[in-house]
Each structure stands twice: as structure tokens, then as C-alpha cells.
Design a protein around this ligand. Structure first.
Ligand code: GDP
Ligand code: IMO
Ligand code: MG
Length: 423
């Protein structure tokens, strides 16, 4: 397997958690490199359903080591909760999870500011997960953030925590929001320090050592290309690089050590939160996709917006990331459809284009040009090989592969571990 990167090719929730879990069977190390607990990665193992937010999905494979890299923003209390919940379900964490000493921390004041900013935007809100992700990354870029390494010296950490809290209190005061009290906040934060500090390490060193020892490493992307702060539908994006460059900056691994990049993509499209979505179906068809695909956010529970597969956006996404192969998910969700549409070009005020505009206002003018595919009208969830798939499903997938210019490696036909076929 060597070093393989798994990235979402749409607006997140493509089924990355499931694909990671399947591939992690043969991985020695699984690494998160960006995002925070805005992510919700679902893994279903028999009757058991797990939703991972900060901890790499590889934690569910007992032989895998897991790393939360320097590019992740870590909600200290969120991480403690996640560890405790997994331990309560008999998942061993202690000797298997390392946290980068260079990762930045997320505190309550970041979450409060996230909410305040969203309220101020009113109808133009981003629809964030309210997990404090934007404010925490802003502090990092402004060079005032607090990194995990600080947790090793409690007194010094408390000084920095106070400076941060005072800064945010000034913002809250001018906005008429109740101020945070240092000592009562400290009471909730302090126990988490003792809990997390032993897991902190120079993960750049341990990761590179693992690579030098020819360990198989999986890099677990969060969100998706169109939520990337540079390449996504800005400003309706998250605050990190969800694309390939984020792997190197967010984990400290050199590009030459990346052997393969797999893009995960749903056989249709979803988005949660605000912002452009050219193939969105605000119709009964969209509702039936949502119900068939159980499209409700794994982190916030919000209903996901649903629409057809967008080959223009996905082709662009694959180009930006140099995708070697695709993992198509949720084929089974289309099992009952009579006709399945695929957007092959955009009509923007009469211009027929096959790339994605940079300017957010131009999205309003996009009219997707569709081609129709006949449905297969039978159950694919027990298919285990390409030849098991109905012909119309094979034709549909082959066409998506042709339009995106990338070969298919994996097709997922259900949420379960075994509901997968390799090509
Ligand atoms: P992630 O954020 O990319 O890991 O994706 P999420 O976990 O947020 O959302 C994907 C959802 O689809 C989860 O509920 C998965 O259990 C489910 N899922 C993944 N693959 C398949 C599939 O092939 N078919 C069906 N029906 N569900 C799937
Ligand atoms: P996974 O890893 C889907 C979306 C939010 C919002 C925007 C910014 O599970 O695929 P943020 O809280 O990051 O500032 O919100 O990004 N978003 C996601 N949508 N899946 C995710 O993660 C997401 N993480 C953030 O809904 O539109
Ligand atoms: Mg998700």
C-alpha cells in the first residue's frame, strides 16, 4: 500500500470514513492532517456505528497507529470526549494515538466567536459547524494561536490561555455577549491537560520514521475539495486546505513520499451548509435522494442538500489533486431511480464551459447541462465484484470515470465494511 492519500472530491461527506476503514486493514499508520471536529466520518461495523471527528478512522483497526497531525485544529474538550466514548466501547486508544506538538488548540472562545460571526452574517451565513474552526485557524495565521506543545507546561499554558481569553472577552464585550470567566473556564480545561499531554509528540519525526521503515501509511482527508479555502467555493468554505498540498503542510511529509492519491466521490452530490451547488435538486427528487441516502450531517445532524453528479466540478477536483483513482460511494442509493442525470457542462449566460468559475457571483448564472442515464432498478447492495453489477450501473460508473478522466478502483454499495468491490 505504501503511502496513500484519501481525499473528498465534493463538499465533504463522500464516505471517506468508510473507505479509510476498509483500507486501514492493511495500514500501519493512519494520519489526519487538516480540519478539526467539524468532520464527521462514519464507520459501520456490523451492528456498531462509529462517528469519528478528530481521531483518525484507523483507530477502529486495532493494529493501526493513529496520528493527529500539525495541520489539525484540536478542540481539547472535544478530543477528551471522543477518546472517552471510544474507550467506553472497548477501543484501545492510549498506546495508539499520537498528537502533534505543533497542532493548534480550539477553545470555547473560538466556538463563541464562530457563532457570533455567523449571526452577524444573517442571511449570508456560511452555515459553519459552529466548532470554532475558522477562528482557531485565524489565530494560527495571525500567530497568536496556542499549540498542543504548550500543554506540557501548565503554568505557561495558563498564561497564554489567559491572553487568548482576554482578547476574546474584549470582542464579546463590544458585542454585548456574556464574558468568559478565567477561573471557571480553567476548571474545565485543566483536567483535559493531564489527560491529553501524555499523547503529545513530535509526530513529524514519528511519521517520517514510519515511512523510512516502509510502513504503510494512510492520510485521511477531511471535508472535500469544494470546501478548500483556496480552491473551494470561497467564502462558503472551511478554513483549511482540504486538497493535496494540505497533506504535506499538515503532517510534515514530503511530496516524494506520497505514492497514491485516491479521490472519494458519491455517485450523486450533497452539500451541508450554505453556498453554491449547481446541480442541487430543490425538488421531490432531491428529497428522495436525501431519504434513500440518509443524508443528514454526521456532526450536526443537519439535512444535507442533494443533487446530481457534477462531472464538471469533479473533473476539476481530480485535476487539482492529481487523483490516481476514484472510490465511488453510495451506488446503492440510486438503485430505485428511473433516470439518473449527470452534469457534463455549465451554461453560463450562453457560454458553454467545462471548468468552475472563481467568482462566487457567477455561480448564480450556472445552468447545468445534463445527460440522462437509465436506472438499473435493482438492488446493488450485495454486489461484490464489477460483474455482479447490473449493466446500466456499470455503464453509469464507466461514464463517470470517462468524464472525470480517472480510473475506478473501488465501488461502495452500502455503509458496511463488506459492502465494497475492488476493481
Ligand atoms: P465522510 O465524512 O466522508 O466520512 O462521510 P460521512 O460519514 O459524513 O457520510 C457518509 C454516510 O454514508 C455515512 O452515513 C456512511 O455510513 C454512509 N455510507 C458510506 N458509504 C456508503 C455506501 O456505499 N452506501 C450507503 N448507502 N451508505 C454509505
Ligand atoms: P467531513 O470531513 C461536510 C462545511 C460546513 C460549512 C463549511 C464551513 O465529514 O466531510 P466550518 O465549521 O468548517 O467552518 O464550516 O464547511 N463542513 C463540512 N461539510 N462535511 C464536513 O466534513 C464538513 N466540515 C465542514 O457545513 O458549510
Ligand atoms: Mg462527514
Amino acid at each position: 500500500m505504501a503511502s496513500t492519500v484519501i481525499l473528498g472530491m465534493q463538499w465533504g461527506d463522500e464516505g471517506k470514513g468508510k473507505i479509510i476503514d476498509v483500507l486501514a486493514e492493511k495500514a500501519d499508520v493512519v494520519v489526519r492532517f487538516q480540519g478539526g471536529n467539524n468532520a464527521g466520518h462514519t464507520v459501520e461495523i456490523g451492528e456498531n456505528k462509529f462517528v469519528l471527528h478528530l481521531i483518525p478512522s484507523g483507530i477502529l483497526r486495532q493494529d493501526s497507529q493513529c496520528i493527529i497531525g500539525n495541520g489539525v485544529v484540536i478542540d481539547l474538550l472535544g478530543l477528551v470526549n471522543e477518546i472517552e466514548e471510544l474507550e467506553a466501547r472497548n477501543i484501545k486508544i492510549r498506546d495508539r494515538l499520537q498528537i502533534s506538538n505543533r497542532a493548534h488548540l480550539v477553545f470555547k472562545f473560538h466556538k463563541l466567536l464562530d457563532g457570533l460571526k455567523e449571526n452577524k452574517l444573517g442571511g449570508k451565513m456560511i452555515g459553519t459547524t459552529l466548532r470554532g474552526i475558522g477562528p482557531a485557524y485565524a489565530d494560527k495565521i495571525n500567530r497568536v494561536g496556542i499549540r498542543a506543545d504548550e500543554l506540557k507546561n501548565k503554568a505557561r499554558f495558563k498564561e497564554k490561555f489567559k491572553i487568548g481569553l482576554d482578547h476574546y472577552n474584549r470582542i464579546f464585550e463590544s458585542n454585548g455577549i456574556e464574558l468568559l470567566d478565567l477561573e471557571s473556564e480553567w476548571k474545565t480545561v485543566e483536567p483535559a491537560i493531564n489527560y491529553i499531554a501524555p499523547l503529545i509528540n513530535d509526530t513529524v519525526l514519528s511519521l517520517n520514521k514510519a515511512i523510512a521503515n516502509e510502513n504503510a501509511v494512510l492520510f485521511e482527508g477531511a471535508q472535500g475539495v469544494w470546501l478548500d479555502v483556496d480552491h473551494g467555493t470561497y467564502p462558503f468554505v472551511t478554513s483549511s486546505n482540504t486538497t493535496i498540498g494540505g497533506v504535506c503542510t499538515g503532517s510534515g511529509v514530503a511530496p516524494k513520499h506520497i505514492d497514491k492519491v485516491i479521490g472519494v466521490v458519491k455517485t450523486y452530490t450533497t452539500r451541508v451548509g450554505s453556498g453554491p451547488f449547481p446541480t442541487e435538486l430543490e425538488t421531490e427528487e432531491g428529497n428522495s435522494l436525501r431519504e434513500a441516502g440518509n443524508e443528514y450531517g454526521a456532526t450536526t445532524g443537519r439535512p444535507r442538500r442533494c443533487g446530481w453528479f457534477d462531472a464538471v466540478a469533479t473533473n476539476y477536483a481530480c485535476m487539482v489533486n492529481g487523483i490516481d483513482s476514484l472510490a465511488f460511494t453510495k451506488l446503492d442509493v440510486l438503485d430505485r431511480m428511473d433516470v439518473i442525470k449527470v452534469c457534463i457542462r455549465y451554461d453560463i449566460n450562453g457560454d458553454i464551459v467545462s471548468s468552475v468559475p472563481a467568482n462566487i457571483d457567477q455561480f448564480d448564472d450556472i445552468k447545468p447541462i445534463y445527460e440522462d442515464h437509465p436506472g438499473w432498478k435493482c438492488d446493488t447492495s450485495s454486489s461484490r465484484s464489477w460483474n455482479d453489477l447490473p449493466q446500466n450501473a456499470q455503464r453509469y460508473l464507466s461514464r463517470l470515470s470517462e468524464l472525470t478522466n480517472v480510473k475506478i478502483d473501488i465501488v461502495s454499495v452500502g455503509p458496511g465494511r463488506k459492502q465494497i468491490l475492488f476493481i
